[in-house]
Design a protein around this ligand. Structure first.
Ligand SMILES: [Zn+2]
Length: 313
């Protein structure tokens, strides 16, 4: 048998069941961008995996056989997978400190009196941060575990945006979806369902990890095995996210890169080859963090994308 060249080997080995046609652009051609461990829970819990990039629209997809089953999101399974459960205090401890990045992303937009929905709200930390300012607040999450508490706090709970649209189609001023689209089975269908909720002048504020994160360049061996993970079916850069939004009838009104860590996080990654969260590295201080963040955000290398999407017509 004739040996295949490198590129042919990569293409020949792609299984259609692992890399079916792209739901964003319909292309059937994928190029492998990561062939190695992918994270399966916390740091160091890798499984062998593959990630490929659509040659049409540029979205990255994890091999289907590695993806977390969607039913996990309707049970305790997903939260257990990421080391969480339905303890609200734990939810607040993880998510409360992250809300400032979302609030920063929408500044100077006012939510006063607005109908707001959070798609993939979990325990409702973001809604809690805007309660008292908004009008109606809609909590959407497939996991019913937090639903009693969300209702008790005055939020209208639905399991899916399509369920909410039966009662609130075209009623939402501002929808949020923070770190959700990378998990869903079909990102275009997901955005299309949210679009149905929006008023014609409404918007969706959506965030997702940025695959152009600086650590992908600085640690090309170690970091991709941390960045790509079994609970993320998709990975985006700003261009791929814009293409996905366009396919769902949404237009990019704004795209920001927002970095959630200080410079110590990057330097400790380089020194220790492992994540250190918000650990300090003296004498680096907030001024050093601000300089580093500004460069990352201006150069598109921050760890998160924040898009403001509006109905295209
Ligand atoms: Zn595509």
């Amino acid at each position: 048998m004739m040996p295949l060249r490198d590129g042919q080997q990569a293409m020949a080995a792609l299984d259609d069941r692992d890399f079916p046609d792209c739901p964003v652009c319909g292309a059937a051609s994928w190029t492998i961008v990561h062939d190695g461990p992918v994270r399966d829970g916390g740091f160091g819990s890798g499984r062998p995996g593959r990630v490929a990039r659509c040659t049409g629209c540029g979205i990255d997809r994890l091999a289907e056989s590695l993806c977390l089953d969607e039913t996990a999101y309707r049970t305790e399974g997903y939260r257990r997978h990421v080391g969480q459960d339905h303890d609200l205090l734990k939810h607040y401890a993880v998510h409360d400190e992250l809300q400032r990045f979302t609030l920063d992303a929408i500044w100077p937009m006012s939510l006063r009196g607005k109908c707001v929905a959070d798609v993939g709200c979990g325990g409702g930390s973001l809604l809690d941060h805007v309660r008292g300012l908004c009008g109606e607040l809609i909590a959407i999450d497939p996991d019913p575990g937090f639903a009693p508490s969300l209702r008790q706090r005055g939020y209208k709970w639905f399991a899916a945006a399509s369920d909410a649209a039966r009662e609130r189609s075209g009623a939402v001023d501002v929808a949020f979806s923070i770190q959700v689209i990378e998990h869903v089975r079909d990102p275009v269908a997901f955005l299309t369902e949210i679009r149905a909720l929006l008023k014609p002048e409404g918007c969706l504020v959506l965030s997702t990890p940025n695959r152009a994160d600086i650590l992908m360049d600085l640690l090309p061996v170690e970091f991709p095995s941390f960045f790509y993970r079994t609970q993320h079916r998709w990975a985006f850069d700003a261009s791929a996210l814009a293409r996905c939004a366009q396919a769902a009838g949404l237009r990019v009104a704004g795209m920001r890169h927002i970095h959630r860590y200080g410079i110590a996080n990057t330097l400790l990654w380089l020194r220790d080859r492992k994540p250190s969260g918000r650990a300090a590295l003296l004498p680096l201080d907030r001024t050093a963090d601000d300089l580093w963040r500004t460069w990352l955000e201006r150069s598109g290398r921050a760890d998160n994308l924040y898009a403001v999407l509006v109905p295209a017509s």
